[in-house]
Design a protein around this ligand. Structure first.
Ligand SMILES: Cc1ncc(COP(=O)(O)O)c(C=O)c1O
Length: 347
């Protein structure tokens, strides 16, 4: 029975969903959303803060500062609240409302950048803001998840060994790429210990991380508008890109079976299932990492109007469960299909 006295001491490290019956491929999904920050980011946030404490960089007077599309911000909010630090999260208008409210409930200040910078996009604008704040006051401590080696070390020390313990015969590991902390920590660990595991990075179309053309990306978590400083591509065997529409479909397929995961999990699962289905692959032991759960995405990934506005009606196929789709199937006699479909607003 785990009993804790601070919110970062518990993290469920050994939970997997067997997706074979849902997705038709042998794939085990490692669930990283079961901790008090609700995402995999609790591990790097803790590693970065405690390394800075050990180095004497953080004092009781410090204000921690971080750029985040959401989950790192929540994780830092949890840790800052627990350790008694002030925390300012710099995010942008793509951050889910519920994520922002979560950070504020935990006592963090949230600054939302609303205009992308001409060359660096939203991320560039967030970093510009942070640099201005740091120049203004020495109290700000920016741990910088994009460049901080303790980001990937958290996964080197914890995520990868946990996977190897559960799957000693692992053949292929699918990892989503944002800052690439998870990817690099896992890839380095399997290389260091000479495990013959194929590392497949999963990115989103529109991200430049693996050399793709920049484009619109609406889902937080995966993808970058600049080259991730932590990435060393020599550790990555393959990189695949997934369209956001396919991400939505994968999320809804899982939701139809009662598994409500976050957007980036849909990306990783979609990419992994396609990869496993390609050609004549031998029977493989495959694991994919699910960084968080779906409740933070109710007003985006799981909302009919949001999906339709961004990706068109075609995405709303059989796999996509929405409140209006439920109405269409549950009470057809009280509401014609056409009117139910056009009134997909959430009440
Ligand atoms: C939901 C979600 N998925 C995936 C990632 C990517 O993880 P990493 O930054 O380790 O590449 C993040 C990072 O913020 C995330 O929030």
């Amino acid at each position: 029975m785990p009993v804790i006295s601070d919110p970062y001491s518990f993290n469920e490290e050994d939970l997997y969903v067997d997706l074979r019956s849902i997705c038709g491929q042998p794939l085990f999904l490692k669930c990283e959303g079961f901790n008090f920050a609700g995402s995999i980011k609790l591990k790097p946030a803790r590693e970065m803060v405690e390394a800075a404490e050990r180095a004497g960089v953080i004092t009781p007077d410090s204000v921690l500062l971080e750029s985040s599309s959401g989950n790192m911000g929540v994780a830092m909010s949890v840790i800052a609240a627990s350790k008694g630090y002030r925390f300012l999260c710099v995010t942008d208008s793509r951050c889910n409302l519920s994520t922002r409210l979560l950070m504020e409930a935990l006592g963090a200040h949230v600054h939302v950048v609303t205009e992308p910078s001409p060359h660096g996009g939203f991320l560039g604008a967030r970093l510009d803001y942070i640099r201005r704040q740091c120049a203004r006051s020495g109290r700000y401590v920016w741990l910088s998840q994009y460049t901080n080696a303790n980001n990937w070390k958290a996964h080197y020390h914890r995520t990868a060994p946990a996977i190897a313990r559960s799957f000693p015969g692992l053949d292929v590991l699918f990892v989503g790429a944002g800052t690439t902390g998870t990817l690099m920590g896992c890839a380095r660990w399997f290389r260091h210990w000479h495990r013959p595991v194929r590392i497949v990075a999963v990115d989103t179309v529109g991200s430049v991380t693996f050399g793709g053309a920049p484009g619109r990306r609406m889902l937080p978590g995966l993808g970058m508008s600049m080259q991730p400083p932590l990435l060393d591509a020599s550790y990555v065997d393959e990189a695949i890109e997934v369209e956001e529409a396919d991400t939505i479909r994968a999320c809804h397929r899982l939701a139809r079976h009662g598994f409500l995961f976050g957007g980036s999990t849909g990306t990783v699962v979609s990419g992994a299932v396609d990869w496993l289905a390609r050609g004549d692959r031998p029977a493989l032991t495959a694991v994919a990492i699910a960084p968080d759960l779906g409740e933070r995405y109710l007003d985006t990934v799981y909302q009919a109007n949001w999906i339709r506005d961004l990706y068109g009606d075609a995405v709303l196929g059989d796999d996509v469960v929405t409140s209006d789709a439920q109405l269409r199937t549950d009470v057809p006699e009280t509401r014609p299909a056409s009117s139910a479909r056009s009134s997909g607003k959430r009440s």
